[in-house]
Design a protein around this ligand. Structure first.
Ligand code: GCU
Length: 458
């Protein structure tokens, strides 16, 4: 949206543009440099908000804002109904869903939570930088290394590249389904915080080997490579490039949507690659990338299946449930960049109950496409991601699936730990481990096979 970009330019440049002065892209001012704190404050100033509520504190159990992990202290809440139009009319037909309700929900998620993606984002030119025939475990594969070069001619000061790896079975006789994984890449010298141990992978074949065993392929995308995971990076990466280095307006996209944008560009590439069946591409992610995976599924209807790992607040967890992480945590300077600026209001003066939407509706935006919500055991993973809040959101999304002729979760009560709910088009399982999708992969793949069949289309 041109006006969106112009709105962020310094007034002198804006005036020059209005007067038709031929300012070349290269003469635009350099990217603004704000710390996350400064940019967060800037957003609050734009909202005329002095301060926000504190988030839940997971470290001090006696603090007044100590995180709540007690079911009896969850305050009652009313979920927004995905099948009621904003004017109160019931959504009774699939046509009403597609033509009226879904667009309303998309608008509200854009405006109040995740932000609007600019109407025109720069073109991405995919280049294959290497093709290797190798083996993953015992599976012969073709590994392609790619870089998506983002057109920076509107603002050459910001260069954005999207590295992508695509691995498909070497013996495939045609295009295969692919699982696109948002992939954590830790910077050189990265050390886990003292006392924190990432969960060890479960014994047996890796997820990638399990995928290949089905005759499918996988791809890995590092979202932080095209949009940094912090507020200081908002004037760089793809968001910064679209804003020509200037800070965001209140309703412009946050990092989750930018990460999802990258996944969509990877899918654009798959549509051109004969080894991939682009109609059968899933998106997977864990934690913040679980949120990004759900946002990807919700907004880009070309993705066929979603595996949403421990996504918590801002993902599949109901924001209205005061359990585990809260809206006010997401709105803090360490996480606000995932969202748009308008979202900060709901951490004061407004409350999460005033959010026009909630996670049940985010999952509903994926309908009728299958979504698997995965979490670990609260005993090992902790309650921060609020498994029950994720289950309830998914259960509530079922009504939209049913309206569209599909099946929801089935049981509306949370099943015992380790039970896989796989009979519907919404699936759920809490595994016995920690903050990982690991032990749920076999369940997910078995369920996905129902939709995808083997390597060839059923
Ligand atoms: C923090 C954050 C979560 C996030 C998680 C992660 O715990 O509060 O919202 O999902 O980090 O991505 O690891």
């Amino acid at each position: 949206m041109e006006s969106m970009r112009l709105g962020n330019l310094p007034s002198t440049v804006f005036a020059a543009l209005l007067m038709g002065s031929p300012l070349s892209a290269a003469s635009l001012p350099p990217p603004a440099h704000l710390t996350a704190q400064q940019d967060h404050r800037r957003m609050l100033n734009l909202l005329h908000i002095e301060s926000l509520r504190q988030g839940a504190d997971p470290h001090h159990p006696n603090a007044p804002n100590a995180v709540n992990y007690d079911e009896s202290k969850v305050k009652p809440y009313t979920l927004p109904n995905a099948l009621v139009l904003n004017d109160g009319q019931k959504v009774a037909t699939s046509a009403m869903w597609w033509n009226k309700r879904r667009p309303q929900l998309v608008w509200m998620f854009n405006q109040s939570m995740y932000g609007w993606v600019p109407a025109h984002t720069p073109k991405v030119n995919w280049q294959i930088t290497g093709i290797v025939h190798n083996k993953i475990g015992s599976y012969p594969v073709i590994s392609k290394k790619l870089i998506g070069h983002v057109d920076d001619s509107s603002y050459p000061a910001i260069v954005v590249n999207i590295p992508l790896t695509l691995v498909t079975p070497a013996n495939a006789s045609g295009p295969v389904p692919v699982i696109l994984e948002f992939h954590f890449v830790f910077p050189k010298g990265f050390k886990w915080p003292k006392g924190f141990h990432p969960p060890a992978p479960p014994p047996g074949p890796t997820p990638e080997e399990q995928i290949l065993a089905k005759g499918w392929g996988y791809a890995e995308l590092n979202p932080a490579s095209y949009q940094a995971d912090n507020g200081a990076g908002l004037t760089e990466g793809i968001i910064g490039l679209c804003n020509r280095g200037q800070p965001r307006r209140l309703d412009q996209w946050g990092t989750l949507r930018a990460w999802a944008w990258g996944a969509s560009r990877a899918l654009d590439y798959f549509e051109t690659d004969k080894s991939v069946d682009a109609k059968r591409v899933a998106i997977e992610g864990l934690s913040r990338y679980g949120k990004a995976a759900l946002v990807t599924m919700a907004f880009d209807q070309r993705f066929s299946i979603g595996l949403i790992g421990s996504s918590g607040e801002g993902g599949a967890k109901l924001s209205r449930r005061n359990f585990g992480e809260l809206v006010a945590n997401l709105a803090g300077a360490g996480e606000y960049h995932w969202m748009d600026g308008n979202f900060l209001k709901y951490a004061g003066p407004l409350t999460p109950n005033q959010l026009p939407v909630d996670a049940n509706e985010l999952i509903a935006l994926c309908a009728p496409r299958p979504v698997f919500v995965s979490c670990g055991s609260p005993k090992v993973e902790g309650g921060w991601v609020d498994d029950r809040g994720q289950f309830e959101a998914e259960a509530a999304a079922g009504q939209v699936y049913r309206l569209l002729g599909k099946k929801g979760l089935g049981p509306q009560q949370m099943p015992p730990m380790g039970t896989a709910l796989l009979s519907g088009d919404l699936a759920f399982r809490q595994h016995h481990g920690g903050h990982t999708v690991g032990p749920n992969w076999p369940y997910f793949l078995k369920w996905a096979k129902r939709y995808w069949g083997g390597a060839q289309r059923p």
